[in-house]
Write a protein that binds this ligand. Structure first.
Ligand code: MN
Length: 228
């Protein structure tokens, strides 16, 4: 046991549906522009781009349907509804055919984005971190174990105040779950506790204080938070 000079950080964790156990989180990776219609709405060509990644700190998690405080320094807080993959076993240079064996489970999540800061970063060639990786930027629902869950297809949908704002199907992912795991594992060694947010479909838009966000991924689960 190391003799830390300050109290060590609390380990962020995602609840597991129907269990008192939780899933400890190491890193949160996110895939950019992984649905064609969203790539188009962001002004990109969806056909020619290999996957790319950014990250959020593990302690950006918001779980158990907790409220999300409206973040500072933005006038454009956007929702991005996503399928989240939880990695259960380590691997690097993982072949696509073996990728799913590294998955512990799945949950529904929101890649909340300070779009104005992200757009400014894009314009000036600066990092996206402050647009993407801010406090409370990753609300997530409970995890379900991977066994028997098919993420090759299924509804992905987000309602804001009861109105559907994003709706698509997992079959429309440009890079599928096993392809993402394989590709990312060629860039970093994936480790147990890593989460991968797999990208958002079209329909991203701004939310305000008081808005209730309710997302669902068919066969996986829900995510729910209120902006306060
Ligand atoms: Mn996203």
């Amino acid at each position: 046991m190391s003799d830390y000079v300050i109290a060590p950080p609390v380990i962020a964790a995602v609840p597991i549906r129907g269990s008192s156990q939780v899933f400890p989180v190491r890193r949160i990776f996110c895939v950019g522009r992984n649905y064609a219609e969203h790539a188009i709405e962001m002004g990109s060509d969806p056909t020619r781009e290999p996957p790319f990644y950014f990250a959020k700190p593990a302690d950006a998690l918001v779980v158990n349907d907790a409220d999300m405080p409206y973040p500072p320094q933005t006038k454009q807080l956007h929702h991005e509804m996503e399928l989240v993959v939880a990695i259960g076993s380590a691997g690097e240079n993982i072949p696509v055919a073996q990728a799913m064996a590294h998955v512990w489970g799945y949950c529904a999540g929101l890649d909340m984005t300070r779009r104005d800061l992200q757009n400014e970063a894009k314009k000036t060639g600066r990092p996206w971190d402050m647009g993407k990786g801010f406090d409370f930027s990753a609300p997530m629902g409970a995890l379900v174990p991977a066994r028997g869950v098919d993420v090759s297809k299924g509804l992905i949908e987000l309602k804001v105040n009861g109105k559907v704002v994003q709706t698509s199907d997992l079959s429309k992912l440009i890079w599928s779950v096993p392809e993402v795991i394989s590709n990312l594992s060629h860039l970093v060694r994936l480790a147990p506790g890593d989460l991968i947010m797999t990208g958002t479909p079209e329909g991203v838009a701004a939310v305000q204080r008081g808005d209730l966000l309710e997302g669902v991924v068919e066969g996986v689960g829900t995510v729910r938070t209120r902006i306060v």
